[in-house]
Design a protein around this ligand. Structure first.
Ligand SMILES: [Fe+2]
Ligand SMILES: [Fe+2]
Length: 359
């Protein structure tokens, strides 16, 4: 993990981290544009048009601008934090920027490569939002002299091909979990402003409403193609739920200082985020992970242990390091399969598809 192994001090190092491909790092995606072009959202025309009207209204058009107090707060409060927290926060900014920019590139590429007006318009609006989000984070990295060259990142980071349905499952989940993460942090710091060590968190409330709406867009796309939400596809939904939750759990636990500084316990925070995400995803997924199951909780803890063991083995190097890495990779894979086999919650899909960001 970058947070524990390689300190980030320069733009080049931040750029390198953004391009690193690990199991846990955010990725860039490409997809089948012709299949995207054939999507038909007409079964949900009314909901679709209402949603596009919200995008067009653009209630966050003036939100991603820094106020004069921003720099003052950075100078007064962030300069006080420990080097460990500073490092974890920068790691958080780099990985958040990479995720935001990943959405921006994907939505923009789809927009450029389709003629279907429904999909083209939606993708243009979502790319607009993600570009603002990534740019806003980059300004904070620039404060530390660590701004990321996004043009270079776009040209040189590896792209992974995902079929459209995998894009829908994965992106829907990452938008909704992104909402749940940002709103949970925002609410906590609203109660404890003395713990808000950086001003960027004050932007999270209106920011996460964008993410919520992006998730709604994929919810409508999936509900308009109901075959994506039944039969063998449930096995894929289960896979993506587990992969996204497990990745978040492991990543958050490798950044303990960041959560501690906000007065949050990483485990309690993660299960709160999972709980919100479970409640939201019932709008499209007929299954959800049973996050109350002690076996699931033990499995997630085991995955973190495997990641920590893997990092230690990598740092050790040599033959013993190699053997250690193989062992922990096997433990991780075995634990993931066991988690996948656990029973899931099942529910009927609601008639009313769209929901409000009520958290
Ligand atoms: Fe975003
Ligand atoms: Fe988003």
């Amino acid at each position: 993990m970058q947070a524990t192994s390689a300190p980030l001090n320069t733009s080049e190092e931040a750029g390198r981290m953004a391009k690193t491909e690990t199991l846990l790092s955010p990725r860039f995606y490409t997809t089948d544009f012709a299949a995207m072009d054939r999507l038909d959202v007409s079964p949900l025309r009314k909901e679709w048009d209402a949603m596009l009207a919200e995008y067009e209204g653009d209630n966050n058009h003036d939100h991603f601008q820094r106020t004069p107090e921003f720099a003052v707060e950075v100078a007064e409060r962030f300069s006080q934090v420990s080097p460990e927290l500073r490092q974890e926060f920068i790691d958080f900014l780099v990985s958040s920027l990479t995720s935001e920019f990943s959405g921006c590139i994907l939505y923009n590429e789809i927009q450029k490569n389709v003629t279907n007006p429904d999909i083209k318009t939606l993708m243009r609006y979502m790319a607009r939002d993600e570009s603002r989000h990534a740019g806003f984070i980059n300004q904070s990295l620039k404060d530390f002299g660590m701004g990321i060259d996004m043009g270079d990142l776009k040209r040189t980071k590896a792209y992974k091909y995902f079929k459209p349905k995998y894009i829908f499952y994965a992106t829907y989940l990452s938008e909704k979990i992104g909402y749940a993460r940002y709103i949970t942090i925002y609410r906590e710091l609203e109660r404890h402003p003395e713990k808000r060590f950086h001003p960027i968190f004050r932007w999270f409330e209106r920011w996460c409403n964008d993410e919520f709406r992006h998730g709604e867009s994929f919810a409508l796309i999936m509900r308009a193609q109901p075959h994506l939400l039944r039969g063998g596809n449930l096995l894929w939904i289960r896979f993506f739920l587990l992969a996204v939750y497990a990745t978040m759990y492991v990543r958050d636990h490798t950044r303990p200082q960041l959560k501690a500084a906000m007065g949050l316990d990483p485990t309690a925070y993660d299960y709160k985020v999972f709980d919100i995400t479970n409640k939201i995803t019932e709008q499209v997924f007929p299954i959800s992970l049973d996050i109350a199951n002690p076996k699931l909780r033990a499995g997630f803890a085991k995955l973190f242990e495997a990641q920590t063991g893997m990092d230690a083995a990598k740092a050790r190097g040599g033959l013993m390091g190699k053997l250690g890495q193989a062992k922990w990779a096997a433990v991780g894979a075995f634990t993931f399969v066991r988690l996948y086999m656990l029973p899931v919650n099942r529910h009927a899909l609601p008639a009313q598809i769209r929901m409000a960001p009520a958290w």
